[in-house]
Design a protein around this ligand. Structure first.
Ligand code: AMP
Ligand code: ZN
Length: 451
């Protein structure tokens, strides 16, 4: 049984899907800039859940939105339109900006070997569904029209704040000067009437405009997954407003609870603090590459912390991950032709322990520790095969780690003998042959290793 922490009930619960396919919705990127490594933590988290579900034999029906419609900078419908800001800065249309950064997002996900959802849906492709959704909410009395657009009437939904952010707490933070046409300052926008200069806009029953941000996830979830969604994921920053609003919209339209499990990944910090443009520490994968780190090193780093805890990124920690991953891969590959035989019950115990760890709310640090313990067993094909099985979760590329060919091992052995016989000329020539083939011999007091 998989146990997952549900932000809605604030408990670890047994996961039971509604139907044959696990229906999973993940909030996706706003495509106006390079996704940073904090964003990538959120997608690695999604990848982690998907792989754990598949490992347990579940079939998946996953959806992720691409926010390619500009929305206002803050969750609370204030500030500037991010896409518009980027489009002015880069002198491209918002459409070009969205296309460009959508491609970048796919590339970054690929570099990290992220298992992407079955459907990836740009918001601009579901404008009709969004309009119908908003019409439904108006019909049912949950939304109202003003001269500025259409708003969700938060007080019509007594269940508002299920994730822990009540209307009162929202009100305390809301600005008083907001739109006096709003019934309640905490009401949020579903459809915005566009000013003339606005570029991305569509016709609607309420005039030319564009959708609010929150509605896109509800409409996409509804279109692709229906009225019952098993898991919904996102970063903790979405918990306070975006997801409360999604719950309000979806549950009011459908007349029942739509999402069963809400799951949130904590933030990635940098050097113990916030990551921010002004702090000059919003790293992207290319910044890591410049300093000699592969995306896989970051993937390994991700597994070092539980998703529900903040994780602190430093280059020292990444260096640690790189070293550990290198040693890890070498150990795995060294088992490929291992000739020992490990007791089957021992192997099964490792398998169970690994499964228990991942099924315990994705305890990846523990799962990694199980792998490390397994790799201390005598070298055997069984260990290798089991590691390949575990790699369905870990998602590393072992193809890149070359196994040491028998011929090289023989040359190394001959060289060792030559050295023992004090035939240094022969030993040196054998070392040359080995190095020409791309391997390095490292001698120690009582032996040698080949890398
Ligand atoms: P955005 O494109 O801003 O909507 O963010 C995409 C995803 O990244 C969302 O799920 C956010 O919650 C998540 N996210 C943003 N910053 C961080 C961070 N520092 N650590 C982890 N997740 C983050
Ligand atoms: Zn969302």
């Amino acid at each position: 049984m998989i146990k997952l922490f549900n932000s809605l009930t604030r408990k670890k619960e047994d996961f039971v899907p509604n139907g044959e396919f696990v229906k999973m919705y993940s909030c996706g990127p706003t495509v106006y800039s390079y996704p940073h490594i904090g964003n990538m933590r959120a997608y690695l988290f999604m990848d982690n859940i998907r792989r754990v579900l598949k490992y347990n034999g579940y079939k998946l029906d996953g959806v992720m939105n691409i926010t390619d419609v500009g929305h206002l900078t803050s969750d609370a419908d204030e500030g500037e339109d991010k896409m518009l800001v980027a489009s002015k800065k880069e002198q491209k249309t918002p459409w070009e900006i969205a296309k460009y950064y959508t491609e970048i997002f796919f590339n970054e996900a690929k570099k990290l070997n992220i298992d992407l959802p079955e459907h990836i849906v740009p918001a601009t492709t579901v404008i009709d569904e969004i309009i119908k959704f908003v019409e439904g909410l108006i019909e049912k009395g949950y939304a109202y029209i003003t001269t500025k657009g259409v708003y969700f009437d938060i007080q019509k939904f007594p269940g508002y704040g299920k994730l822990g952010n009540s209307i009162d707490s929202k009100m305390a933070g809301a600005r008083i000067d907001v739109d006096d046409e709003k019934h309640n300052p905490a009401d949020f926008v579903l459809w915005v009437k566009a000013p003339k200069e606005h570029i991305m806009k569509w016709d609607s029953p309420w005039g030319i405009g564009y959708p609010g941000w929150h509605i896109e996830c509800s409409a996409i979830g509804n279109k692709y997954l229906g009225e019952k969604i098993d898991i919904h994921t996102g970063g903790v920053d979405h918990k306070t407003i975006h997801h409360e609003n999604e719950i309000a919209q979806s549950d009011c339209l459908c007349g029942h609870r739509v999402v069963n499990f809400w799951m949130h990944v904590e933030f990635l910090q940098v050097n113990g603090g916030k990551m921010g443009k002004s702090l000059n520490n919003m790293y992207v994968l290319d910044d890591l590459k410049e300093k000699g780190f592969n995306p896989e090193d970051f993937r390994y780093f991700y597994f070092n912390a539980h998703y529900s805890k903040q994780q602190n990124f430093t280059f020292e920690a990444l260096q640690g991950a790189q070293n550990a991953l290198k040693a890890f891969k070498n150990l795995v590959v060294s088992n490929k032709n291992g000739e020992n035989v490990v007791d089957e019950t021992v192997i099964n115990n490792y398998k169970n322990e690994f499964l228990e760890s991942i099924n315990d709310d994705l305890n990846m640090p523990k799962a990694l520790a199980v792998c490390q313990k397994l790799l201390k067993e005598p070298k055997s094909k069984q260990v290798y095969d089991l590691m390949m099985d575990f790699n369905k979760i870990l998602g590393f590329d072992f193809e890149l780690t070359k196994e040491i060919p028998t011929q090289i091992k023989q040359l190394a052995e001959q060289r060792w003998q030559a050295k023992k016989n004090r035939d240094f000329a022969l030993a040196d020539s054998l070392r040359n042959q080995i190095e020409t083939a791309g391997f390095v011999i490292k001698d120690s007091k009582d032996g040698y290793t080949i890398e």
